[in-house]
Design a protein around this ligand. Structure first.
Ligand code: AP5
Length: 227
């Protein structure tokens, strides 16, 4: 299965705690299947940087590692999904994160005659997530993600994708905030595994191995789902 063979707009959800690899794998799925990655974390960081009302409300919440209100996040996601490029199909990375958001997504998709093809849970151990997150950095030009140990650019200091030479680290990637983010995940997001199991769309994938091995397994799974 590749981009040329996808006929209906697909809706894929990637579930997993901070550091599970949602962003890393979503970008690879985007490249492989021609889908659009929608990361509510990226959308919120964009709103914070732009100084919008939503961004001002979200800033302190994100810095504390708590979840931004369902109303703000759902509105941002709904507006983004209405943009024309999303007609190609989307990979939701970091949304939904609460049952209220999942129900809002169901309503939004029903109103546009779409459905969830799969909610894929990236299964990982919490202990490794702190290591993954504390080593993360991102290309300031295109947003490609890297890691101090696990994923470095082929040429030192130069992004593989766009050639940019500046990189950033996220304000919430510190040990204290990671602990809050993990606990928010277990309290508010992990129950969505049962939610999507009940809808019959849940899939799981072992996400503790090497990035490329997980990508191979995930892309095979997505190919089967959309066949
Ligand atoms: P968000 O930006 O969504 O962050 P997150 O869920 O905490 O997830 P991360 O981006 O930290 O992890 P990831 O799974 O994408 O991992 P990555 O691929 O980068 O949210 C941030 C904040 O925004 C939230 O805390 C909340 O406040 C708010 N927010 C966002 N959405 C919201 C919502 N829906 N509702 C309410 N609030 C919301 O990988 C991590 C690192 O590990 C990278 O360096 C990568 O290179 C490396 N790596 C990846 N895979 C592997 C591997 N297999 N082996 C080794 N290293 C790996």
């Amino acid at each position: 299965m590749d981009a040329a063979t996808i006929t209906a707009p697909a809706v894929l959800i990637l579930l997993g705690p901070p550091g599970a690899g949602k962003g890393t794998q979503a970008r690879m799925l985007e490249d492989k299947f021609g889908l659009v990655q929608l990361s509510t974390g990226d959308l919120l960081r964009g709103a914070v940087a732009a100084g919008t009302e939503a961004g001002k409300a979200a800033k302190a919440v994100m810095e504390a590692g708590d979840l931004v209100s369902d109303g703000i996040v759902t509105a941002i996601l709904r507006d983004r999904m209405a943009e024309t490029d999303c007609a190609k199909g989307v990979i939701l990375d970091g949304f939904p994160r609460t049952t209220v958001q999942a129900e809002a997504l169901d309503g939004l998709l029903a109103s546009t005659d779409q459905k969830i093809n799969a909610a894929i849970s990236l299964e990982v151990d919490d202990t490794e997530m702190v290591t993954r997150i504390s080593g993360r950095y991102t290309c300031a030009g295109c947003g490609e993600g890297y890691h101090d140990t696990y994923k470095q650019p082929a040429e030192d200091g130069k992004c593989d994708k766009c050639g940019h030479t500046e990189f950033t680290r996220r304000a919430d990637d510190n040990a204290e905030t990671v602990a809050s983010r993990l606990s928010a995940y277990h309290a508010q997001t992990a129950p969505l595994i049962d939610y999507y199991q009940a809808q019959g769309v849940l899939k799981g994938i072992d996400a503790m191995g090497q990035i490329d091995d997980i990508a191979r397994d995930l892309q095979a799974l997505v190919g089967d789902i959309m066949d």
